[in-house]
Write a protein that binds this ligand. Structure first.
Ligand SMILES: Cc1ncc(C[n+]2csc(CCOP(=O)(O)OP(=O)(O)O)c2C)c(N)n1
Length: 532
């Protein structure tokens, strides 16, 4: 007889999921008993960090990642990060412990009452198996669902006495052997019609979204844009968790503004707007206006039926993004349209003391190795990083698409664990860093070689900017005096430095990026929004 625990670990092993992120409690210990030597447990000190690490790991590895949470309070702590994982389309298997079945009805301490209802609105499937022997099938089902498009987190609550129960070996053999694939090809006539429409358009434009990178459509999108002479914009930054196009490419125009009116204004003059791998659109501030510029039509290609259905304008094709763009590029002739103008280099940044955050980003542009990965959560510097760094390789940028702070620091650890051979630079505001600050301990414990660059401006700069835009005056709580991230990092075991100027920063970053363990560089920067 095989136990539920053995069956579960065989399943994880068969799926290549030998890393488990988590924070354990008494309800999770039975799962972790006799932990197999070929598995790695990555301990987080807070569940939000555990989920954020799994999110980054899943995205950067392209495969489901497993995070194990403590019963009700642990799941509660993880909720903000689960919100981020669904926005990131990250295939994360979230398991949580539960009281023993015999004690759930009398609601003994640590019973996760209505366990499935808490994360339900944020996950593709939320389930508590009715019997212990159903756990292996529930795990298999959860993993298939997480990995099928649109990818996203799934949740299983597992009572603590299930792990030693007997599993049915013959059934488990079936679960282990199954493959479930789900890349949907678009209808041939729909692609042909879109190719004809694109070629016939007088001034088409392409909007590149995060699912281009996630689906492996990068090269096909570049080929399509080059063949059709398309100017390319990135989908708005707040919801754009990944890059969809090389940002130093001559066709790349910039990042679409994240509000209805300004986005339509930016697209004025185009008659066909082709959106690939993005929702339409991840708007944020409420700046009304027409949904489309005068005379423009829109077509979106997305693997997510909900993204397609909720778009307020335009047509959509729901299918695998890479398969669709490969087919579209193959049917698109070399266009005779003139090439769009090449966008200008960013403005030089005036010297100041402390330096502007934009000047710090310019230093990054000098020192970052070609194969570096940037994980970004420094709100007032988002556009400066995007517009000045001009990252241009697939899998080189991760950003919390949901906007819940805490993804950056935690996600960077997961990204680095999934991509051990690429240097990872995590750029954080000192406010944002606090939402996952305990992740520094995990980075030290695991000797994750990521570099954490904290931009210390002593304020919630982005919220001051929003206050001005929303005409809010007198709001409290927007200053962060004396928040010493370097000292906190040292306390968690991460070496930290405080460069006194840009030259020292250059050296500090080069050393940190090359070092075999984690490092934190705390850089004092001027307050206010960084110039994009
Ligand atoms: C979980 C969560 N809580 C609160 C917020 C609201 N929020 C957005 S930006 C921000 C301030 C970020 O400050 P910092 O990281 O120092 O960056 P800066 O704006 O100074 O660049 C806050 C509190 C959020 N997005 N997520």
């Amino acid at each position: 007889m095989t136990s539920v625990r053995d069956a579960a670990f065989d399943l994880f092993r068969a799926r290549g999921m030998t890393t488990i992120f988590g924070n354990p409690g008494s309800t999770e210990l039975p799962m972790l008993a006799s932990f197999p030597a070929d598995f790695r447990y990555v301990l987080a000190l807070h569940e939000g960090v555990a989920v954020g690490m799994a999110d980054g790991f899943a995205q950067a590895s392209g495969r489901p990642a497993h995070v194990n949470l403590h019963t009700a309070p642990g799941v509660g702590n993880g909720m903000g990060a689960i919100f981020n994982a669904q926005a990131n389309h990250a295939p994360v298997l979230i398991t949580a412990g539960q009281q023993a079945r015999s004690l759930m009805t009398l609601q003994a301490n640590l019973t996760n009452r209505d366990a499935t209802r808490v994360p339900e609105s944020l996950v593709k499937w939320s389930f508590e198996p009715p019997r212990a022997q159903d756990v292996p099938l529930a795990l298999a089902r959860a993993l298939h669902l997480a990995a099928l498009p649109p990818r996203g987190p799934v949740f299983l609550s597992i009572p603590m006495d299930d792990w030693d129960a007997d599993a049915d070996e013959a059934d488990v053999a079936h679960h282990l052997a199954r493959t479930v694939t789900g890349r949907t090809a678009p209808a041939r006539e729909e692609v042909a019609a879109l190719a004809a429409r694109l070629d016939a358009a007088a001034a088409p434009v392409l909007i590149a979204g995060p699912d281009i990178d996630a689906s492996g459509a990068w090269d096909a999108v570049v080929a399509l844009a080059e063949r059709q002479h398309l100017p390319v914009w990135a989908s708005p930054a707040p919801g754009g968790g990944r890059l969809g196009f090389p940002e130093s490419h001559d066709l790349f125009q910039g990042i679409l503004p994240p509000a209805i009116g300004p986005a339509a204004e930016a697209l004025a003059g185009h008659d066909l707007i082709l959106v690939i791998g993005s929702s339409v659109f991840p708007y944020y501030p409420n700046l009304p206006g027409p949904l489309l510029p005068e005379g423009a039509a829109l077509v979106a290609i997305t693997s997510d039926p909900d993204e397609a259905a909720r778009a307020p304008m335009g047509d959509a094709i729901v299918a695998d993004v890479a398969l669709t763009v490969v087919a579209l590029a193959a049917q698109s002739p070399e266009s005779q349209r003139p090439l769009p103008p090449v966008r200008l280099a960013p403005d030089p940044v005036p010297a100041s003391d402390p330096p502007a955050a934009a000047a710090v980003v310019d230093v990054l542009a000098e020192v970052l190795p070609q194969d570096a990965i940037v994980v970004l959560e420094a709100p007032s510097s988002t556009l400066a990083v995007r517009n000045r760094l001009r990252l241009s390789r697939p899998g080189s940028y991760y950003f919390g698409a949901g906007g819940g702070l805490g993804f950056g620091l935690a996600g960077a650890i997961g990204v680095q664990l999934a991509q051990p051979d690429r240097p990872v630079l995590c750029i954080l505001g000192e406010g944002s860093a606090q939402y996952a600050i305990t992740g520094l301990w995990t980075a030290a414990a695991q000797q994750v070689p990521a570099t954490f660059l904290v931009l210390r401006n002593e304020e919630y700069a982005i919220l001051k900017w929003f206050a001005a835009m929303e005409q809010v005056t007198g709001a409290p709580g927007l200053d962060l005096p004396a928040l010493d991230c370097a000292a906190v990092a040292e306390a968690y075991g991460v070496p930290a430095v405080r460069p006194g100027g840009l030259d020292e920063l250059r050296g500090a970053l080069a050393t940190a990026l090359a070092s075999p363990g984690p490092d934190l560089v705390e850089m004092r920067v001027a307050p206010g929004m960084a110039a994009g």
